[in-house]
Ligand binder design. Structure first.
Ligand code: NAP
Length: 305
C-alpha cells in the first residue's frame, strides 16, 4: 500500500502541496496545531485552492499533533523559525527511518532538524513556487516555479518522487541541494533587507549599485569560505537579473514587515553572518546591514530573530 504523507504546516506552500497530492489520490493527512484550528478547518470544509482564478475545495483529512497514528513521511511546511518546535510535537509518532521533507527557506533550521532526528532521512527542498493565504484555509497559487530536492549526503532518489509526478508538482532531484539553498540565501541577503530598509520595490534597488556590489563581494567570499564556490559563480550578475525580473514586486521580507509578520531573517542574513563568524571571515557590510535591519524590526515591534 502507498505510504501516507503527513503535512505539518498547512499554510501557503503546505496547502499547495497538499491540495495537489490529495486530488490525484495520494494518501495524505494534514496536521493542524490545535483543536481551534482543526474546528476552523472542519467548518471551512477543507483546503481551498485558487488556481488560474478557479476556486477548488479539497476535503483533505486533518488531525492534531497528538494523534496516535505513526508517521513515515512528514512534509514540514512551517516557517523556518517554527519548524523544529512543530516537529518536536509529533516526534513520538515518527517511525525509525522515517522521512522528513523540509520546505524551509534559508539555512540553519534544516541542519538543526537533521541533527536532532538522526534516525530520520531528511530531504531538503528549495522552492521557487509562489503561494499565499487568503482568509482561513484558502490558498492562492500565485507563481509557477520549481522545487529542487536533495540530501547533503547525496543518496539515491526516493521512490515517492512518483507521487510528485502524478500530482504535477514540478521538481528536480539534485546532488547540489546545498548549492541551491546557499545561492537562494545569498540572493535574498543582497535584495530583501535593502528593500525593507529603503521601503521600496525590488527595481528601486538599482539606485544603490555600490551597496549591492559591496554586499555581493562579501557574499561571494562567504560562499567560497564555506566550500560553496558554485553558488558564488556570477552572483552579482544574477542579483541584478533578479532585481530587473522582479522590478515591480515587493520582496517577501518587505511583505512580511508591511503585514506585521515575523520575518525569517535569522535563517537568511542572520545565518550568513553567523557562518562568516564561524569561518573567522570579516563581513562588515553584511553585519552592518543585519544590525540596521534588526533595529528597524525592533522599532516596529517585530522579532529581530
Ligand atoms: P505560511 O503560509 O505562514 O504557513 C506556515 C504554516 O505553518 C501555517 O499554516 C502555520 O499554522 C503552520 N504551523 C506553524 N507552527 C505549527 C505547529 N506547531 N503545528 C502545526 N502547524 C504549524 O508559510 P509559507 O509561506 O507556506 O512558508 C513556509 C516556508 O516555505 C517558509 O520557510 C517560506 O520561506 C518557504 N517558501 C514559501 C513560499 C511561498 O510562496 N509561500 C515560496 C518559497 C518558499 P497556522 O495557520 O495555525 O498559523
Amino acid at each position: 500500500m502507498a505510504q501516507i504523507w503527513h503535512v505539518l504546516g498547512a499554510g501557503s506552500l503546505g496547502g499547495l502541496w497538499s491540495a495537489r497530492l490529495f486530488r490525484v489520490g495520494v494518501p495524505l493527512r494534514i496536521i493542524l496545531r490545535n483543536p481551534a484550528r482543526l474546528a476552523d478547518y472542519q467548518a471551512a470544509g477543507g483546503l481551498g485552492l485558487i488556481e488560474n482564478g478557479q476556486p477548488y475545495v479539497y476535503p483533505v483529512p486533518a488531525e492534531l499533533p497528538e494523534a496516535t497514528t505513526l508517521i513515515e513521511r512528514l512534509l514540514v511546511a512551517c516557517k523556518a523559525y517554527d519548524a523544529e518546535a512543530a516537529i518536536a510535537e509529533v516526534a513520538p509518532r515518527l517511525v525509525k527511518g522515517s522521512e522528513i521533507l523540509l520546505l524551509q527557506n534559508g539555512l540553519g533550521s534544516q541542519q538543526a532538524i537533521a541533527a536532532r532526528w538522526p534516525d530520520s532521512r531528511c530531504v531538503f527542498i528549495s522552492s521557487t513556487e509562489g503561494a499565499y493565504r487568503q482568509d482561513g484555509f484558502q490558498i492562492v497559487h500565485a507563481g509557477q516555479g520549481q522545487n529542487w530536492l536533495g540530501e547533503p549526503a547525496h543518496r539515491s532518489p526516493p521512490s515517492w518522487l512518483a507521487d510528485l509526478d502524478a500530482a504535477g508538482i514540478p521538481y528536480t532531484w539534485t546532488d547540489g541541494i546545498m548549492v541551491k539553498l546557499w545561492r537562494k540565501l545569498a540572493i535574498n541577503c543582497a535584495i530583501n533587507p535593502l528593500s525593507v530598509l529603503h521601503d521600496c520595490r525590488n527595481g528601486d534597488l538599482l539606485a544603490h549599485p555600490e551597496q549591492l556590489h559591496r554586499l555581493c563581494n562579501e557574499l561571494v567570499e562567504l560562499l567560497q569560505a564555506c566550500d560553496q564556490g558554485d553558488a558564488a559563480d556570477g552572483l552579482e550578475a544574477e542579483v541584478l537579473r533578479v532585481i530587473e525580473a522582479t522590478a515591480n514586486n515587493y520582496s517577501s521580507m518587505h511583505q512580511d514587515v508591511r503585514s506585521g509578520r515575523r520575518t525569517e531573517v535569522s535563517f537568511l542574513l542572520g545565518q550568513a553572518c553567523r557562518t562568516a563568524r564561524h569561518h573567522g571571515l570579516q563581513v562588515p557590510e553584511l553585519c552592518g546591514l543585519l544590525e540596521q535591519l534588526q533595529a528597524f524590526l525592533h522599532q516596529r515591534g517585530l522579532p529581530t530573530d
